[in-house]
Design a protein around this ligand. Structure first.
Ligand code: APR
Length: 342
């Protein structure tokens, strides 16, 4: 099969012929239809973040496809089924899996990090983690449910516990944040979207934001948000990964409000402990998505409660995968998500 190989940092992926993997017991060989192009891959390629499996490795953790071969003992899938693979596979037996928090599994395995991913014609997956994709969800664009849509679903629904009528503020309307906007809107919240790029704010409006704020054009965002929400937001989401915007997100919540940190930073953040205590304000993290939530997200996509097709702004054949990364590097504000089609 053709695959794009990651041979190590600071070099383009190499398109190469490699052996097609064969499914063992309980596994499925999936013919990849599409795989979303994520910033996480840029961390491996450009920023020296190590992958768990030493290169050479096939990256790509946002795949959809069609079942090509089922391994021994696989019951619920057959050749030709449309499927989605979650970005992360869970063990099912560690403490966190046992208590239903599989997204923080102690033994998690990520496609294109611990094992070969889907920038290839085929990818191997355990049947237990594979999900059926209904016909109404487009196979190509549906791939991005695997990460770009599922991560904000968990953040909004489980961690943020956003309810109908809540005032929500989303800081950062990139590939992940835009989905926090549309999922919060879909569950009935009033959403204010914050970004520094006008195109991102325009997209946030198209995806359900009731109001948008360009953070570059205001001095005290907390004051503005408190005015707009009558005292502060119920829930704010930081989807950038920056200590200063985590502080901003926290400064915008009401008494008893909650800030959910979705963006990743390895830096420390200073927050007023007095408010956490005296105003019962919460700061919580959010990582990935639990397997149990995927069917709900797929159902939201199937019934049009969330938009999927519109999120995919660029498509590249596998041969042009390095162009997809160049586009990401360029910071082109019209990009919401690119997919690679092997
Ligand atoms: N204020 C408001 N918005 C900002 C600011 C700022 N100071 N700085 C950057 N942004 C906006 C950018 O303009 C962009 O639209 O934040 C957005 C970040 O989006 P992307 O770069 O597309 O990143 P994304 O893939 O959405 O991931 C965001 O979530 O899951 C995590 O690891 C991921 O840390 C990353 C974060």
């Amino acid at each position: 099969m053709k695959a794009a190989i990651f041979n190590g940092p600071n070099q383009p992926l190499e398109l190469k012929e490699v052996p097609t993997p064969e499914p063992g017991a309980g596994q499925i060989l999936v013919k990849v239809a599409a795989c979303g192009v994520c910033h996480t891959d840029m961390h491996y390629i450009d920023h020296g973040v190590p992958t768990f499996k030493q290169p050479p490795l096939i990256l790509g953790h946002e795949p959809s496809g069609i079942v090509a071969v089922v391994g021994e003992g696989v019951k619920n899938f057959k050749e030709g089924d449309k499927v989605l693979l979650p970005a992360v596979l869970t063990c099912g037996y560690c403490f966190n899996c046992r208590i239903g928090r599989e997204n923080i599994c102690d033994n998690m395995v990520m496609f294109g990090n611990h094992v070969d991913g889907a920038y290839a014609e085929y990818v191997l997956a355990p049947a237990k983690d594979t999900l059926h994709l209904p016909d109404e969800v487009p196979l190509i664009e549906g791939s991005i449910i695997a990460d770009a849509v599922s991560t904000p679903y968990h953040a909004v629904v489980n961690r943020g516990q956003v309810r109908a009528g809540d005032n929500v503020v989303v800081f950062g309307c990139g590939g992940v944040g835009i989905n926090a906007v549309q999922i919060a809107a879909a569950v009935g919240a009033s959403v204010i979207a914050v970004d520094i790029v006008p195109e991102k704010l325009a997209a946030a409006k198209r995806f359900g934001a009731n109001a948008v704020i360009n953070a570059k054009e205001v001095e005290r965002i907390d004051k503005i948000i408190k005015k707009m929400t009558g005292g502060g937001a119920d829930v704010t989401f930081e989807v950038i990964g920056n200590p200063s915007t985590i502080q901003q997100a926290f400064s915008c919540i009401r008494k008893g409000g909650r800030t959910v940190v979705v963006g990743y930073t390895n830096k420390n953040v200073e927050l007023p402990a007095s408010k956490i205590m005296f105003f019962e304000q919460e700061v919580i993290g959010s990582l990935g998505c639990r397997p149990v939530d995927y069917p709900k997200i797929i159902e939201m996509a199937r019934t049009g409660k969330i938009k999927i097709k519109e999120l995919v702004t660029h498509k590249f054949p596998l041969e042009k995968i390095n162009d997809a990364f160049d586009l990401l590097r360029s910071g082109d504000p019209t990009v919401i998500r690119s997919v690679v089609i092997p």
